[in-house]
Write a protein that binds this ligand. Structure first.
Ligand SMILES: Cc1cc2nc3c(=O)[nH]c(=O)nc-3n(C[C@H](O)[C@H](O)[C@H](O)COP(=O)(O)OP(=O)(O)OC[C@H]3O[C@@H](n4cnc5c(N)ncnc54)[C@H](O)[C@@H]3O)c2cc1C
Length: 384
């Protein structure tokens, strides 16, 4: 047993590990090869509470603390980063966003359907010309009577092509800058809303990613989640919490790289000995061990602070920055340990390598995480 986990947390982790080994891992290679979104898995995960996490039980969630939720994400990341990404969006970017920013009526309408897997959610912030600087967004919402009309595009939206519900951020008054941004609840089937899947991704083949188009989409007033002035706060505060959870998924992926490298180093023979007996192979393994544990400490620290209501933007950014970079480095080392055999999908390390690369990009790039850490440390913002 892990010395820092309670018995309940250890049981939750063991339950998710058992499910992942039985249901997720056996299909990851084929899903990756076929670029197949495993919709059926979501239906299986829902009864276990894996689409609910910290969302309270009255809305169909598990009401877990964030340390436990981090363990769930770590196990999902260890099994399949595509699946972890799908769940991360469903729970952290959509469910918890609704919990904190939506009206009670909106929460009751959507949360039980998200936690049961009846509907899939997506979070629409990024645009073709707007990534690291969401305040400059070009998607606009114009008032028409009590309703709003939405025009623009969102791109690189996880779950976007399969989502029934999208939280869409839009500018309502460009003269107000970030204070003009509002958040809207857009449902699949609303006139003028279409999507197109993004093909040819480097990794995350089993995670759906899409561009969303809004052509004069009429949004009734009751579908406003965060009014102008609050939209940007909903986006940024949601990302702060979500980064901490994403960090746990990257720890899980780095752990998978380590385990694969250890197993291969113990069994592969060269020069009449297991390659794990060579000092330079041990060097690769030792670096992975230390970095995985350090990343795990940062992710668990951020989750523990969140549970105490003390987590700052810096804590989430540190965990996400470090864990994502560690996942990239561990995936490179795992391939090195496998030699040429690591260069095909005969072994999972090839997928780990491609999947890990997204961690330093989505939910804010590594550069943006460093600027947050710098700002919170120096009291000087590099963002203009
Ligand atoms: C697989 C995948 C899934 C995604 N899912 C979602 C999703 O569900 N919802 C969503 O809204 N978005 C999503 N994204 C988008 C993601 O959040 C953005 O790609 C990310 O925020 C970076 O934006 P950008 O790609 O436009 O890069 P840019 O902002 O154009 O940045 C390009 C480069 O410039 C650097 N840079 C930019 N500004 C600065 C600065 N001030 N100082 C230093 N360097 C800087 C960046 O670090 C980066 O290296 C996803 C992306 C991917 C790849």
């Amino acid at each position: 047993m892990d010395a820092v986990l309670t018995e309940t947390q250890e049981m939750t982790r063991a339950m998710v590990r058992e499910f992942a080994e039985r249901e997720i891992i056996p299909q990851t290679r084929e899903n990756d090869r076929l670029h197949r979104f495993p919709a059926g898995l979501l239906k299986q995960m829902a009864p276990l509470g894996l689409l609910g996490g910290p969302i309270p039980q009255e809305y169909g969630g598990m009401g877990t603390d964030y340390r436990t939720w981090g363990l769930v994400m770590e196990e999902l990341g260890r099994a399949c980063l595509s699946t972890a990404t799908t769940v991360l969006v469903q729970v952290s970017l959509v469910g918890l966003n609704l919990l904190h920013w939506a009206s009670e009526e909106q929460r009751r309408r959507y949360l039980p359907r998200l936690t049961s897997g009846e509907i899939i959610g997506a979070f629409g912030l990024t645009e073709p010309n707007v990534g690291s600087n969401p305040a400059g967004m070009e998607t606009v919402a114009t008032r028409r009577g009590d309703d709003w009309v939405l025009r623009g595009q969102k791109t690189w939206i996880s779950n976007g092509g399969v989502a029934d519900l999208v939280i869409v951020y839009a500018q309502t008054d460009p003269s107000q800058g970030h204070r003009g941004i509002a958040a809207f609840l857009v449902e699949r089937g609303m006139d003028g809303f279409t999507s197109q899947n993004i093909e040819g991704k480097l990794g995350l083949h089993a995670s759906n990613t899409a561009t969303l188009f809004f052509d004069e989409v009429r949004i009734p007033a009751e579908q406003v989640m965060a009014p102008p002035g609050q939209g940007i706060h909903s986006a940024l505060s949601t990302l702060e919490t979500s980064r901490m959870t994403a960090a746990s998924a990257f720890v899980g992926l780095a752990q998978a790289c380590l385990e694969a490298a250890v197993e291969y180093a113990q069994t592969r023979q060269q020069f009449g000995r297991a390659i794990g007996s060579f000092q330079m192979v041990q060097d690769l393994i030792a670096e992975m061990v230390v970095e995985v544990e350090a990343a795990r400490c940062l992710a668990r620290r951020a989750a523990a602070l969140k549970d105490q209501g003390k987590m700052t933007a810096r804590d989430g950014a540190m965990a996400k920055y470090y864990a994502s970079e560690v996942a990239v480095r561990c995936s490179e080392r795992a391939i090195q340990v496998h030699g040429g055999h690591g260069y095909s999908d005969e072994f999972p390390v090839e997928r780990y390598f491609r999947d890990a690369r997204v961690g330093t990009l989505y939910e804010g790039t590594s550069q943006i995480q460093k600027l947050i850490i710098g700002r919170e440390t120096l009291g000087i913002s590099a963002f203009v």
